[in-house]
Ligand binder design. Structure first.
Ligand code: NI
Length: 189
């Protein structure tokens, strides 16, 4: 196991398209284990492959630390964490949107409210390449949509208003220069 360096805002790999995973060979298996360890070390609730400099179409999620904030029915129905989403596709989004404050391990110290569909349907393969199709809502839906965006080269700052982005511009430029006080390993651009 290894803790990987997290790529920062401004790194071109965060803007690239990812490639489907054909099989979970030893290399992909190691990537998954390392990504989960890296996410836990940074106290994150999700991490996508491009954030550790890889273009496999996969992300990991662990929302178990937020259990206390979940409604009882959500908590009781929460799938086993951490979860691995390989080759995910969002196949349906609710019309109802919800605003929620987001952050990102690649954009340390910035949190902004983002509107997203309340619930989505996602198909994906797990670490055994078993296919799943699930309807998710609440915090899981939020994290999944954020991580899914990473696989498409999209960052949460793309969803905020031009006005807010202007206000954050200087801070984002500093992050791109590697000036952050993240307390986990990062790779300067
Ligand atoms: Ni992120």
């Amino acid at each position: 196991m290894a803790i990987l360096s997290i790529r920062l805002f401004g790194d071109s790999i965060l803007r690239q398209q990812t490639e489907p995973v054909e099989s979970v060979d030893a290399e992909v298996q190691k990537l998954i284990v390392d990504m989960i360890e890296t996410m836990h070390n940074a106290e994150g609730i999700g991490l996508a492959a491009p954030q550790v400099g890889r273009l496999e179409r996969l992300f990991v999620v662990d929302v178990s630390g937020l259990k206390e904030d979940m409604p009882e029915d959500v908590r009781d129905n929460l799938p086993e964490q951490p979860m691995v989403f390989i080759n995910p596709e969002i196949t349906w989004e609710s019309e109802e949107e919800e605003e929620f404050e987001e952050g990102c391990l690649s954009i340390p110290d910035i949190r902004e409210p983002v509107f997203r569909p309340e619930s989505v349907q996602i198909t994906y393969q797990d670490k055994n390449m078993q296919k799943h199709s699930e309807m998710v809502d609440g915090i899981l839906s939020r994290v999944i949509q954020h991580e899914y965006d990473h696989l498409e080269g999209i960052l949460f700052t793309d969803h905020i208003s031009a006005f807010r982005r202007t206000i954050l511009k200087r801070k984002l430029m500093e992050i791109a220069r590697g000036n952050t006080c993240a307390d986990y390993p990062v790779q300067p651009v």
